[in-house]
Design a protein around this ligand. Structure first.
Ligand SMILES: CC(=O)SCCNC(=O)CCNC(=O)[C@H](O)C(C)(C)COP(=O)(O)OP(=O)(O)OC[C@H]1O[C@@H](n2cnc3c(N)ncnc32)[C@H](O)[C@@H]1OP(=O)(O)O
Ligand SMILES: O=C([O-])CC(=O)C(=O)O
Length: 379
């Protein structure tokens, strides 16, 4: 047994997976052998979810029945919708509200008390319900906190279009729906990122799917992981409001020892391929709107950080200006990441159950030993 410490588990292989292929030096990503560029251009989010969970792309018939079944489970139980309203009234932060709601979903899931937590069929049914209900909970939460009524889901819209419909109360145009669908495809899986790993650790104790997804949501929310997308937009807004050159703003932030959100990555040494696709989309939206401010700040910061720090943007950098230009509220960005990534979390949990071994690393003990125990009155 080696006594080398691998801080942050950097570079440590802990599993075999058939889900995401990542080449961090070449900036390549694929799900189950299909490149992220092809998937972003050609596949819907529903097709990608099917691909991740079932191992192959669906036929037209399989896709239709998957979409129909999933869409039919979108609605939240009234009692749970009431809980969402209470969380909004209590001013809960969106990721914490989502974590609470997903945990509560098991109370309303007929398969939740299935005796065998690893049963694939029961898990696929639970997986569909969790994935279908997250957007409903998120949109309702967002509307409740703005003093509006929740909008009931529609079964005739895609996963992406239905979310925007529930959020805004109107059916999105094709460009918005396709852009959002593509963003969901891009975020669906990414190897053993921190939130996926935490889902796997939970599943490895033979805990259930709802617990694994709940663990993952908590892990995604941090600013070093999924929380960075909202921080990128807050930074761009600060730059805008400060009326200073974005380079000066970033220079000062770096001088203060701050991290610039949306840059750096544990696996990519070059620009994240998802950032390339989202950057192009952000540019397109800017051109259509005739306002390139957010895109321009972003590219200026990207050039500056590359020159000064040798760091490249990760997926969170250009999703921020893309979502902002789509009119999505800033603190919904990380929950939207969760709404997509739930597909990957579940796929990795299914892989874990298929060949389970408890995940349990070690720490090198560096504390005291053999201390005499002092009685309370002598301390
Ligand atoms: C979906 C995702 O989760 S993508 C990542 C989202 N997170 C962010 O965008 C937050 C900003 N980025 C970061 O904090 C980091 O790059 C991480 C957490 C993503 C990766 O971290 P690690 O692989 O652990 O790299 P580590 O933290 O050791 O950083 C290496 C060096 O680069 C620097 N660095 C890395 N990222 C940044 C950044 N965004 N801004 C400034 N400096 C940075 C570190 O200060 C460190 O420099 P040092 O060696 O001189 O101290
Ligand atoms: O892989 C990671 O460490 C972070 C990331 O980009 C993701 O989760 O999409």
């Amino acid at each position: 047994m080696s006594d080398d410490v691998h801080r942050g588990l950097e570079g440590v292989l802990v599993a075999e997976s058939e889900l995401s292929y990542i080449d961090g030096d070449a900036g390549k990503l694929g799900y189950r052998g299909y490149s992220i560029e092809d998937l972003a251009r050609e596949a819907s989010y529903e097709e990608v979810v099917y691909l991740l969970w079932h191992g192959e792309l669906p036929t037209a018939e399989e896709l239709e029945s998957f979409c129909t079944w999933t869409a039919a489970t979108r609605a939240l139980d009234d009692e749970l919708l009431g809980e969402v309203e209470k969380l909004a009234a209590a001013d809960e932060v969106p990721m914490a509200a989502l974590r609470t709601v997903v945990s509560s979903l098991s109370a309303y899931d007929g398969d939740a008390d299935h005796a065998d937590v690893t049963d694939l069929d029961a898990n696929l049914r639970k997986a569909c319900r969790i994935t279908a209900k997250i957007p409903t909970a998120l949109a309702a939460f967002e509307r409740f906190r703005n003093g509006e009524e929740a909008v009931a889901p529609r079964e005739d819209l895609s996963h992406a279009a239905n979310f925007l419909y529930m959020l805004n109360g109107e059916v999105p145009d094709e460009v918005l729906a396709e852009t959002f669908d593509m963003a969901l495809v891009l975020h669906a899986d990414h190897g053993l990122n921190a939130s996926t790993f935490s889902a796997m650790v939970t599943a490895s104790t033979l805990s259930d799917l709802h617990s694994a997804v709940t663990s993952a949501i908590g892990t995604l929310s941090g600013s070093l992981h999924g929380g960075a997308n909202a921080n990128v937009m807050r930074m761009l807004k600060e730059v805008d409001e400060s009326d200073t050159d974005p380079r000066t703003w970033v220079e000062e932030a770096l001088a203060e020892g701050r991290r610039v959100p949306g840059f750096g990555h544990r696996v990519y040494n070059v620009k994240d391929p998802r950032a390339k696709i989202l950057g192009a989309k952000s540019k397109e939206l800017a051109e259509t709107a005739g306002d390139s401010r957010w895109y321009d700040y972003s590219t200026t910061i990207e050039e500056y950080i590359a020159a000064e720090k040798g760091l490249a943007p990760n997926v969170d950098f250009y999703s921020a200006s893309t979502y902002y230009q789509m009119g999505i509220p800033i603190d919904a960005y990380t929950p939207i990441f969760a709404m997509s990534r739930v597909a990957g979390w579940i796929a990795h949990v299914l892989e874990q159950y298929e060949d389970n071994r408890l995940i349990r690393p070690r720490a090198r003990y560096v504390g005291d030993t053999d201390l005499p125990f002092p009685p309370l009155e002598e301390r």
